[in-house]
Structures are given as structure tokens and as C-alpha cells.
Design a protein around this ligand. Structure first.
Ligand code: SF4
Length: 256
């Protein structure tokens, strides 16, 4: 029998709301009710452009015009609500790409990009952990740095990086492939063009793995026949709100 797979998105969905996890991953409604998600589509377009930038050799090999042209060519309207909205996001994307290019050109990184946008998997015993890594860099001393791009954030702090569930999942995935390399995890917030990185040692990762195993065991051993949704702030913007009200008796709060 195939082992169940878990990604950071799936785990975060469960931690936000177990009923949402049920609709999204245990029923067809997850696919049927998928909505356009402009913020996600914007991030995907930027990721594609940065993947192209690094695979083409970065600012050393590409001119700013070539990078600009590449983003125009690679831009996809999928996931936006209207073509006007897509165009507005594209203009912001072009500005951020320009800013990224300038910073890389002015201060060429000493690191080597090992790969970008790669899906990794790790057999965790009862389940398989999977995740797409935005970028993995190698420092001259052999340290590996896992970089997660964020296209919506106005800032990023060390605490946010230390508390990031997805980055710790990625660290477990990279550890499997590079067991002897020291690891750092980083968030690169593209709007302010600010990257914050922190080291993550083997002891921390072992502790995270234990917590992850317990969380997955809780999900796998859940009694999914018991679904009693309670109103939480996330309900207001949830794609499954009507289902929860109609099928599970979720009560909307009274308007003030
Ligand atoms: S409407 Fe609320 S309770 Fe229902 S799935 Fe969404 S977040 Fe969860």
C-alpha cells in the first residue's frame, strides 16, 4: 500500500482547521472548489522568473533587459481573477525582479546555486514527507542554505525563520540528501529584497522530526466521522464555508 504523503501546505491546513483538511484532502471538494488565488499565482510567476535567472547564470550572464523580457515571456495569467489583475501583478513583479537583479549585480553572491524549484521526498516510516524547495545554495565552507522566497511579505525576522514549519520540513528533506553538511534556513522576502538566514543544527531537526511524527500520527489516527466545526476567524474567507454551514451545521456569528 502506498504511504500517505504530507507537505508543509497540507500540515499547515490541518493546523489551521482540521475540517478544512478534511474537505481539501479527503473529499473531491478540495479540487471542485479551488478558487483563483492571485497571491499564489503572483508567487508562482516570480518563482519561475527567479528559477530562469539562476539557471541562466544570474546577473553575470544575463542583462537586465533579458531578465525583464524573460519575466514577460514566462508570465502566466492562470490563477488571476481577471486579465487586468494579472497585468497589475505583472508590473509589480517586473519591479521586484529589477530590484532583485540590481542587488545581485551590485553584490555578487559567494554562494553556488545547487538547484532551484526542486521537489524532494523523504520516507519517514509511516508516511512520506515531500516539499518543493525554492533554492538551495552552497557556501564556500560547504554549508548549505535552504532559501524560501516570499512574494507578499513586507519584512522578515529571525524569529519568523526559526518558527517556520515549511523550512524545517525542507531541512529534513535536504538532510536526507546531504547528511554531513551544516544547514541554514532562510526566508528571502522579495518586496523589501531582504534575506534572513539562521543555522539549524541536527539536534533541533531531530526534535522537529519527533513533533512532526506526532502530528502526522494524530492526523492519520483521527476519527474523521466526527466533524463538528466551530467558527474561527479563518471561516470568513474559507472556500468551504457554505459546505460547513449546509452539511455540518456550522453556525455563523451574529453580525454586530
Ligand atoms: S469554514 Fe471554518 S470550520 Fe469550515 S473548513 Fe473553513 S475554516 Fe474550517
Amino acid at each position: 500500500m502506498r504511504k500517505p504523503t504530507f507537505s508543509p501546505t497540507k500540515l499547515t491546513t490541518y493546523l489551521t482547521c482540521r475540517i478544512k483538511f478534511h474537505w481539501a484532502y479527503r473529499t473531491p471538494y478540495g479540487k471542485w472548489l479551488r478558487r483563483p488565488n492571485p497571491a499564489f499565482a503572483f508567487g508562482s510567476n516570480l518563482h519561475r522568473a527567479l528559477e530562469f535567472f539562476h539557471s541562466a547564470g544570474g546577473a553575470e550572464k544575463l542583462s537586465p533587459e533579458e531578465f525583464h523580457h524573460a519575466l514577460e515571456q514566462l508570465w502566466s495569467h492562470a490563477g488571476f481573477e481577471t486579465s487586468e489583475q494579472s497585468e497589475a501583478y505583472k508590473q509589480t513583479g517586473l519591479q521586484l525582479a529589477h530590484q532583485y537583479y540590481q542587488a545581485q549585480a551590485e553584490q555578487p553572491p559567494e554562494t553556488l546555486v545547487l538547484f532551484t524549484e526542486r521537489m524532494l521526498r523523504r520516507d519517514m516510516g509511516r508516511y512520506v514527507l515531500m516539499g518543493r524547495i525554492d533554492r538551495l545554495d552552497e557556501h564556500p565552507d560547504g554549508t548549505l542554505e535552504i532559501i524560501d522566497y516570499k512574494s507578499g511579505r513586507a519584512d522578515v525576522t529571525e524569529e519568523q525563520v526559526r518558527n517556520d514549519l515549511a523550512l524545517h520540513c525542507y531541512a529534513l528533506l535536504v538532510q536526507e540528501h546531504y547528511p554531513d553538511s551544516p544547514l541554514w534556513i532562510a526566508i528571502h522576502a522579495l518586496r523589501p529584497n531582504k534575506k534572513v538566514a539562521v543555522p539549524v543544527d541536527a539536534e533541533t531537526l531531530a526534535e522537529f522530526r519527533e513533533i512532526l511524527d506526532q502530528l502526522v500520527a494524530q492526523i492519520l489516527d483521527e476519527d474523521w466521522d466526527v466533524l463538528n466545526p466551530q467558527w474561527i476567524p479563518e471561516c470568513a474567507g474559507c472556500e468551504f464555508l457554505e459546505l460547513c454551514v449546509r452539511k455540518l451545521g456550522l453556525i455563523r456569528p451574529n453580525p454586530l
